[in-house]
Design a protein around this ligand. Sequence first.
Ligand code: NDP
Length: 296
Amino acid sequence: MSTPAPVTVIGLGEMGHALATALLDAGHPTTVWNRSAGKDDALVERGAVRAASVEEAVLASPLTVVCLLDYDVVRTLMSPAADALRGRTLVNLTNGTPDQARETEVWATGLGADYLDGGIMAIPSTVATPQAFVLYSGEERHFAAHRETLEALGAATYLGRDVGIASLYDLALLSAMDMMFAGFFHSVAMATSHKEGSATGFTELLVPWLTNMAQVMPAFAADVDADRASGAEPALAQGLDVVLAGTRNMLGATRDAGVRADFFERSVAELEKRIAEGRTAYTGPDAVRALRVDPA
Ligand code: NDP
């Protein structure tokens, strides 16, 4: 293990503060900068160096990690430090879209900087714990050069040369989480429509149910990759008619519970269309194709 390398953190909001803390805890000489004063006080007490400007902060380390509100803020804030970035590495852990990542890479490399984009799969309290992982994309040699430092934030996971793929996977993972929570609240609204229903009691059943069902995902994923019907270990064993009957029941019970049913209205319509087309089974690849705007 080599001597911990110097690193700069720009943006000391909830997440940036956690990142800087993790780097300090791992022994990295850490320079920090934040727009509003005061957010660096605790970090300086732990040994961080407070930079007087973004430029000074960038000059202090070969690697600068930024974690800000959005990509516009990143560009606006970093532009005056353009000269300082030349020959240094910028790792942008701000949440953004794949295209924003690609545009920012063009901008940063145009300045002579090495650029990596990333997505943090953690909340501030889990940064640097075994639960945390951080996705990275861009030039692999830039990742390799700074991997040891980046591991201080959580398991550093390199996804590929296209700098947009970390954002894509980050937003896809967040989409799954959002829809899981949407499903949770939908089911709680149904369960608590009953006079004896309780969100707490219902959730005691829901968590093990969803945990068990999540085990099916790798089989679905293998089916999608192979673009084949569910194989020896069928991910979805029911025929389309059985799936439609069950989905109609969910639609009916949702309506009866006085809960918005638009999701199931769309599902029923989709399944009816497939049956009308003569299909008999519903597979992982079918489910993914049904979501494509252009399914061709
Ligand atoms: P905060 O609101 O806590 O922090 C936002 C940061 O951006 C602050 O440092 C703020 O500075 C700075 N900022 C905002 N506007 C400007 C501006 N115009 N000029 C200069 N600085 C500005 O957000 P988080 O730390 O929670 O989030 C930061 C990023 O981390 C986001 O992209 C978020 O999606 C991502 N993230 C956050 C997670 C979380 O659980 N919090 C989880 C995973 C990712 P100031 O202090 O001066 O306002």
